[in-house]
Ligand binder design. Structure first.
Ligand code: HEM
Length: 439
């Protein structure tokens, strides 16, 4: 039992390292730079006023530095094999953390400062890919027998496809970095290449990850009816077909398929159907189910704005609004919801520091996102000049919401006591937090 507790404590330390570095990336290189960029853009009333290398530095820090670190940390924590493992497996997980963190930090610095970028871009890309391969190896050693079943649950297929999407994105990233090092005139990807790469990042990796984890956790957390597994897998096929079409240069047509895939996924997850059980909101704010559903509403908005962008965008504003409806409205809101639901338990069976701060963060982020998405279309497209003055407000609200989330998680890690030595040890991905936790 003591060995199990010591392992649990080591796993929690590992998870907290991934989550803490993810929060640092989210706050400064990610959100702060994003806010700075948006203030510059609104000040000069032109999206072209900011260096593309800075915009891409922001996007990379958010997607890989924040979301990527969270995925790797939660993934390592949840692999049952690691629970029976001795030191070497932990060594690999820590090596992965160091390589990933250095890789993302180097990429950000090379993009922002432009120092030695021809060398540093490929180095960072290779470090990120190598870190991911360490993770992939650990995850792929997890066989169905480990969970006592012969068949994998549908949600696992969705997460595996998302992980494959992430691997392909990282390979494409290395190729793009090498291309830039040899042929580029700056550390920024050329516009057309960047747009296609972003479709891979958002729809080919981030969205399927959230669908997979929603399929696993939302029936429990929200008390939803069991998922329609075949429909979810079909949604995934439609979604990946749309990513393929975008890469082949049929981006406009693909936007319609993204709407279809999203609608199918929402129906498969039964997100807006009446729940069959009470939601499990002990330990989190009672608005948790509302915000999870709102995130799926944002995903639909993002997909529909994509169709609008293909038809009418003349400034990058509708594309930008669609992208942030997806990254902030869907991904960030889901991370704020699910993160505060599961991370306290995973980090040594703690309680969330403040449920009110959780609500405040989500309310600020979603208000900021609403202002951002609507005024980005109006301002960039030239439909309404006053919308330029709303954009800075939206940025500050989003920053405040994200900061509240970081404060709540760090407050949980630092100020809340760990119950790892008091509770029976039954934590894991198959055991959504709270059920095993003193909440
Ligand atoms: C406070 C919140 C945020 C602000 C103020 C912000 C601001 C910006 C701005 C000004 C751009 C340039 C394009 C445009 O004008 O739309 C941009 C691009 C982008 N943002 Fe954000 N952002 C925020 C949050 C996020 C989050 C949470 C994510 C991801 C999880 C994200 C991912 C991206 C990506 C991928 C791009 C495209 C970069 C590229 O052109 O390659 N952003 N952001």
């Amino acid at each position: 039992m003591d060995i199990a507790r010591t392992r649990e404590a080591s796993l929690s330390r590992l998870l907290m390292a991934y989550v803490s570095s993810g929060l640092v990336f989210m706050l400064l290189p990610g959100t702060f730079l994003g806010v700075w960029n948006l203030l510059q853009i609104s000040g000069s009333q032109s999206a072209a006023s900011v260096s593309p290398a800075w915009l891409q530095a922001h996007g990379h820090a958010q997607v890989f530095g924040w979301i990527g670190s969270f995925i790797l940390g939660i993934g390592f924590y949840s692999i049952p094999k690691l629970r029976g493992a001795t030191k070497p497996a932990f060594g690999a997980a820590w090596a992965c953390w160091a390589m990933w963190t250095i890789g993302v930090a180097v990429r950000w610095a090379a993009n922002v400062y432009g120092w030695q970028w021809r060398l540093l871009l490929p180095v960072s890309g290779v470090l990120e890919l190598a870190a991911f391969l360490i993770f992939f190896r650990a995850v792929s050693q997890h066989r169905p027998e480990d969970s006592g079943k012969n068949r994998l649950d549908p949600w696992i297929w969705v997460v595996v496809s998302a992980s494959t999407g992430l691997m392909l994105v990282l390979i494409a990233n290395v190729a793009a970095c090498v291309y830039l090092a040899l042929r580029g005139i700056s550390p920024a990807l050329p516009h057309v290449l960047d747009q296609r790469y972003l479709a891979m990042v958002t729809w080919g990796f981030l969205v399927p990850f959230v669908w997979g984890f929603s399929a696993r956790w939302m029936p429990v957390f929200l008390g939803l009816k069991p998922i329609r597994a075949k429909l979810l897998l079909s949604a995934l096929v439609v979604n990946f077909a749309a990513v393929g079409l975008t890469l082949a240069g049929w981006g406009g047509e693909a936007t319609v398929l993204f709407v279809v895939g999203t609608a199918m996924a929402i129906a498969a997850l039964r997100m807006f159907e009446a729940a069959q059980q009470e939601p499990k909101t002990r330990g989190v704010h009672s608005s948790f189910p509302f915000f999870v559903r709102m995130a799926y509403g944002w995903l639909l908005v993002a997909a529909l704005l994509g169709v609008g962008a293909a038809l009418w965008d003349s400034s990058g504003g509708i594309w930008g609004a669609s992208r942030h409806a997806l990254t902030v409205g869907f991904i960030a809101v889901m991370v704020l919801c699910v993160g505060q639901r599961i991370l306290p338990a995973f980090a040594g069976m703690r309680l969330l520091w403040s449920t009110r701060l959780m609500f405040a963060g989500l309310a600020l982020l979603t208000t900021g996102c609403t202002l951002r998405v609507s005024s980005e279309v109006l301002a960039y497209q030239g439909y309404a000049n006053w919308a330029w003055s709303v954009l800075p407000i939206s940025a500050v609200l989003e920053l405040a919401g994200i900061t509240a989330f970081a404060a709540n998680i760090l407050g949980t890690f630092i100020l809340e006591p760990s119950h790892v030595h008091k509770q029976p040890l039954v934590v894991g991905i198959g055991q959504p937090s709270g059920e095993n936790h003193a909440v």
